[in-house]
Design a protein around this ligand. Structure first.
Ligand SMILES: Cc1cc2nc3c(=O)[nH]c(=O)nc-3n(C[C@H](O)[C@H](O)[C@H](O)COP(=O)(O)O)c2cc1C
Length: 194
């Protein structure tokens, strides 16, 4: 199995809560699936282009950056996405990446009724998210980070989707540490089932 790990926080490993959570997840995953290949895609390493007119026109001709990125993406069997919540949603760089991989003819198609059909079938994804604050109901209704990823992945055909969100990360450094330690057991459990 080929696993793509997509990292959205710009912080270095030692400073990022979402990277830490994903690091623990991947360590446990590798322990249980030693033959699988886990490829890391840190979106901040090379940056991520926004789709402009030229890139868009190329994609209509089935060439260029969108088609290449989507073709690379769809080669994987499983996806691990780690991301902080930014302004109730995901960092723009992760959205820019999603704009590059959501390509008609590669990751989705329209059927004869015009209904979109995902082409990335038989795949799995897990979203490991962190939030500075807490979002109990009804605040949960305005937390779009995980929900957006869940539904855009479903749009491209990935229905097997799990998530784990760590909230209240920014309350205090001491609390954050305790909060992380308390929840890493759950993260490991999720990794064993992935
Ligand atoms: C630009 C920016 C926007 C943020 N917006 C939110 C927000 O809307 N809600 C929230 O709970 N936390 C917000 N935060 C806090 C982050 O979610 C929190 O610090 C992060 O989850 C920690 O993850 P990381 O260490 O992996 O980057 C924001 C942080 C930044 C830098």
């Amino acid at each position: 199995m080929k696993v793509l790990y997509i990292k959205a926080s710009p912080k270095p490993n030692g400073e990022s809560a979402s990277h830490k959570m994903a690091g623990v997840f991947i360590e446990e995953y590798k322990k249980n699936n030693p033959k699988d290949e886990v490829v890391e895609l840190n979106l901040h390493d090379k940056g991520c282009r926004y789709v402009n007119y030229e890139i868009l026109c190329d994609s209509f001709e089935r060439k260029g950056l969108m088609v290449e990125t989507a073709n690379k993406f769809i080669e994987y069997d499983k996806y691990i996405i780690s991301s902080p919540m930014w302004n109730l949603s995901i960092p723009a760089i992760l959205k820019a990446y999603i704009d590059l991989i959501t390509v008609k003819g590669v990751t989705f198609e329209y059927n004869r009724l015009g209904i979109p059909i995902g082409l990335a079938k038989e795949k799995k994804a897990v979203y490991l998210g962190t939030r500075g604050g807490g979002y109990p109901f009804p605040l949960s209704l305005i937390a779009f980070d995980m929900r957006y990823i869940k539904y855009i992945f479903r749009f491209i055909g990935i229905k097997n989707f799990k998530s784990f969100i760590l909230e209240n990360i920014d309350k205090s450094p001491e609390k954050t540490k305790q909060n992380l330690e308390k929840n890493l057991k759950k993260v490991r459990k999720l990794a064993r089932k992935f």
